[in-house]
Design a protein around this ligand. Structure first.
Ligand SMILES: O=P(O)(O)OC[C@H]1O[C@H](O[C@H]2O[C@H](CO)[C@@H](O)[C@H](O)[C@H]2O)[C@H](O)[C@@H](O)[C@@H]1O
Length: 235
């Protein structure tokens, strides 16, 4: 089985600061054990540096896809990248937000995120500043996530990431595929996995049409994973 897992909001709860979203040691161990039986692929919007800050050393049996699909890693080594455009100069945007408390930029591989979780004020002000910047530096995609706006300058998304990964490992079309994710950016992958006849699972209260069913929260994700073979009748 190939198990694709989003990180923030799926394997760890959403917290105030991106660097605080550290995985618990026993959960990391659990994922490592799972990855000895199945292919475990963490698909994150984070860069590899940001991911390793919260996950620590990545066991060599776990694959990581970063920046919404820009790079695929195994054993912390880059296997493949899908970067076509670099980032524009973000200086004008940095200037605009430098005196706004709670708003900051996270630079990644071929994309950047404008975070505003800790901003106290009218969010439309932040959204307006972001819009102005992306209007003059158009990305391939704009994604609104959980208190974050993302501008993606490479032709990637998590749906393409799933496809690229399956191609890379020579998927035979029969091995079962599962995807679990909680955010807007995961919908691309859930849709793709559904099309491929796999099991798309959304973490949250309201089931989007892309998903087969939902899990309420991060705790439920681990319960589900621990019983996955039984739940899905998958080997
Ligand atoms: O694809 P993911 O692994 O789910 O990453 C999505 C974004 O996650 C991070 O931001 C989100 O989580 C933070 C920590 O819980 C939270 O503080 C923030 O408000 C959320 O938007 C990460 O910083 C982004 O780069 C990822 O794209």
């Amino acid at each position: 089985m190939i198990i694709f897992l989003d990180y923030d909001g799926t394997l760890t709860p959403i917290v105030k600061e991106p660097d605080e979203a550290k995985i618990e040691a026993d959960r990391k161990k659990f994922l490592e054990e799972l990855s000895k039986k199945h292919r475990v692929v963490i698909v994150t919007g984070r860069s590899i540096e940001s991911f390793k800050k919260v996950f620590g050393h990545v066991p060599d049996t776990i694959y990581v896809i970063t920046s919404h699909g820009a790079k695929i890693y195994r054993d912390e080594k880059l296997l493949k990248e899908f970067l076509d455009l670099g980032l524009p100069d973000l200086t004008p945007l940095r200037e605009r937000i430098k005196n706004i408390p709670g708003v900051f930029i996270e630079e990644k591989e071929g994309c950047f995120a404008l975070h505003f979780r800790n901003f106290k004020g009218d969010e439309s002000r932040v959204k307006g500043i972001f819009k102005e910047f992306v209007d003059s530096h158009p990305p391939k995609k704009v994604i609104e996530g959980k208190k974050v706006l993302e501008a993606v300058y490479s032709d990637v998304d998590k749906g393409k990431a799933v496809e690229n990964f399956l191609r890379l490992v020579g998927w035979n079309g029969k091995e079962k595929v599962v995807y679990i994710g909680d955010d807007t950016t995961d919908l691309y992958a859930l849709k793709k996995v559904r099309e491929l006849g796999g099991l798309p699972v959304f973490v949250g209260k309201d089931k989007p049409p892309e998903a087969e069913f939902t899990l309420e929260n991060v705790d439920q994700v681990y319960v589900f994973l621990s019983r996955l073979e039984k739940f899905a009748g998958y080997k």
